[in-house]
Design a protein around this ligand. Structure first.
Ligand code: CTP
Ligand code: MG
Length: 247
């Protein structure tokens, strides 16, 4: 008789990250996709990846790029060398952000052994301003929540609804309104099922919500805004571009 009296405890969940970087940046309108623009001599994608790679509790970071991408390999090479095997690149991006994220999830499950119970962080390549403190808050708070959660900021301005010709038709109470950021962190199995069932979502939290689950809002960081328009790029360059400015 060598049966164990108690079943072994399940292994502690691991943390993985997917960084969707397969967009073209149409609204920003630069000659290259916005993740390849430079801010203060450093590529936006590198800036987005660094806080994830600096977090030693994240086992692997997968960058999902477009199948015809020609830049990612060279851009990521210095980071890959320093992070031996923790940074992977896959040219499996799809037509939408959701398609790229889902492809990344499947890749990590098939190739890196991410299991249903592991945590998956999804972080936009177009957010170069994430800092360790906000990332740590997400791990702490969302990691202790049954569903998981996302970084977000409470809305500070008064919110107006516009009608035709941009004339105000209503002022909405801002209590309880938040603006979603990334990373967003959910269990691999739940997130995969949610994204498979709800293809029209613009972020992971919307897919989770469509499953009837309530994700936790964790206070983000104003500097963690997404580069969407040329104005955002100017602002981020003013914040991060001057190396002499304390960060
Ligand atoms: N993304 C992706 N695959 C897509 C579309 C977007 O991986 N098919 C990524 C982008 O590279 C970006 C993130 O998702 O890191 C957020 O998307 P968004 O800000 O919309 O970026 P773009 O789609 O590149 O920009 P635009 O919508 O202005 O074309
Ligand atoms: Mg887009």
């Amino acid at each position: 008789m060598n049966a164990m009296p108690f079943p072994a405890a399940p292994p502690a969940p691991r943390f993985f990250a997917v960084v969707p970087a397969a967009g073209v940046g149409a609204r920003l309108g630069a000659p290259v996709p916005k993740q390849y623009l430079e801010i203060g001599g450093e590529c936006v994608l590198v800036r987005a990846l660094r806080p994830l790679l600096d977090a030693s509790w994240i086992a692997q970071v997968l960058v999902v790029v477009a199948p015809d991408d020609t830049r990612a390999q060279a851009v990521c090479a210095p980071l890959a060398g320093a992070n031996r095997g923790r940074l992977q690149l896959a040219p499996i991006g799809g037509a939408t952000r959701r398609d790229s994220v889902l492809a990344g999830l499947r890749w990590l499950a098939a190739r890196a052994g991410a299991t249903e119970r592991d945590w998956m962080l999804v972080h936009d390549a177009a957010r170069p301003g994430l800092r360790a403190a906000a990332l740590g808050r997400l791990r702490e708070r969302a990691g202790g929540h049954p569903v998981g959660g996302l970084l977000a900021l409470p809305v500070a301005d008064t919110v107006k609804r516009a009608g035709l010709r941009d004339e105000i038709v209503a002022t909405l109470p801002r209590e309880g309104l938040w603006l979603a950021q990334t990373p967003q962190m959910f269990r691999v199995g739940v997130l995969r099922a949610a994204l498979e069932r709800h293809p029209a979502v613009t972020d992971e939290a919307a897919a989770i919500e469509a499953e009837g689950l309530a994700a936790l809002l964790v206070e983000g960081d104003r500097r963690n805004f997404k580069l969407t328009t040329a104005d955002d790029l100017d602002l981020m360059r003013a914040l991060l571009g001057d190396a002499r400015r304390p960060q």
